[in-house]
Design a protein around this ligand. Sequence first.
Ligand code: ADP
Ligand code: ZN
Length: 617
Amino acid sequence: MTAGAAAADLKKARDILRGTFGHENFLGEQERVIAETLAGRDVLAVMPTGGGKSLCYQIPAILRAGAGVVVSPLIALMKDQVDALAQNEVRAAYWNSSLTQKKADEVCARFANGELDLFYVAPERLLSDFCLQMLRKNPPSLFAIDEAHCISQWGHDFRPDYLHLGKLAAEFPGVPRLALTATADARTREDIAEKLKMKQAREIVASFDRPNISYEIRPKRGAREQLMQFYREKHEGESGIVYCLTRRGAEETAERLEKEGVRALPYHAGMDSKTRADYQEKFKREEGIVIAATVAFGMGIDKPDVRFVAHINMPKNIESYYQETGRAGRDGLASEAVLFYGMDDVRALRKWISESRAPETVKKAERKKLDDFLLLCESTQCRRAQILAHFGEEYSAPCGNCDNCLNPPQMREATVAAQKFLSCVARACRGGRNFNAAHIADILLGKETERVNQFGHEKLSTFGIGGELRKAEWLALARRLISGGKMEADEERFGGLKLTAAAKPVLRGEETIAMRERAAPAKGEKAERKPSAQKYKLQEPLTAEESARFELLRAERSRLAQAQNVPPYVIFHDTTLLAMAREPPADEADFAQLPGVGAVKAKRYARPFLRVLRKTN
Ligand code: ADP
Ligand code: ZN
């Protein structure tokens, strides 16, 4: 393809972006993925949740001859996508087990007649003889394999049906294939390329930063109380997810929220599937519902306006945390992730790991991941920079949109305390017997536990010299010393401690150690956002007048959504309503310029929304 033809294609892609979908600019790597696909090349695109993966195949499918075939693992998501496309009069249909035979025949007939731009198919159907035959007769414009990590056993959502998708390479050699996933890790990525037989594919990896999500990680002091306060102060009336460790925790949290007048629903694997589907549907279709859930909740939620994700228990590692918090703010508007962590969670998770039937090497890796996560919780540095570093991405802190950047924690000198701890380890752990941090803390605190007496540790010179810190603080300090390489913990032997050479400079007073101040910021004290937060275009708060308008627009959107039996965000995202609330369009031409409003939606919805706006003036 010549450069001129490629430029012409991109111009067409842009016209569809604006005319059909109502967006002014491509997001992140969208343009590159689309250009490659339009040029007929295979692509493996790795983009975070909310990165805009759908348009990467929708636009080329509209532009290229034939229907784009989209493989997707989740029936509910297919329906949402088709509903959303229908709103823009893009010709799309899905074919899966939820259809009656009659409907299925109709859909296949539309495909065979070339009446579709997008054809969503469940993987097991796609590879049926019937379907392959149908595709041979009507070559598709492309194959999009959504949630491509489902093909990998390394991934977290392995689906055996996906394994056979590799066949497409030989069956349809001329049709470009586009594999999409939000799973970053390199091993899974390699596995995808291999199993799909697309090793030649362009790999396009977007940044995993989610700039519109702010991160806050706080020690737990009555997590449900803290949750209520967080909700009241910042998210009254908004949709959110509260993650809990156990089914009972999810039930009780939902009850508590209900009792406080919040519209809340539980969700966990112990509920029957009908109730679960029901609650998930409610969450999608109604405004302002809070779901209190276990990790069972998430796959298949593409609700764009989840304004907060709260964890009242720690997830098991940074990967899970990032995946779960990533469900906030898909629409790009400011959203919050808050985590209340505590040692009770760490104990519970450690117990789970110990009791699982996984091989010891796996358990060891899981313990390490939990420790890494705890370090992130206790850290005083930019959260975003650390999370992204964990995924191998460099980020120059401060981000200006996490608790540590917005409200730098008070530090206190802890060199002497560190010296006490290290010398206590040196004294207690000798002769091949190592003790863990809890035991060392007991010695420092002068506690004559059975174990302390058993080993005569009440006679050590360090016994009882550490009254300045509480036990939890000694343990936090120990973790800092371990992560800083001053000592090592033998996880296979109950966390037995051993000093390293790096402990010496601290013991000799040549290196100082600081730790996080105990006191949390006073209640009610609000952090000022740094100017750097502005680079994320976080929205300014609405004025009272704008906010009243926004509510009316929301109500109108709900009304229209109900009449068509679709979720409200299929009509318009909050982004569009916010733009309307701030600067009400005067007429249909104005309306068509709003973000997220393409030609069809302008025609369809200008009138009802303009009517609402006129009433408010
Ligand atoms: P993903 O599947 O990667 O999580 P989606 O395809 O669902 O992401 O898109 C995320 C959100 O971003 C959607 O709400 C979509 O409307 C919006 N979006 C996608 N592309 C653009 C764009 N170029 N400009 C503005 N918004 C976009
Ligand atoms: Zn930060």
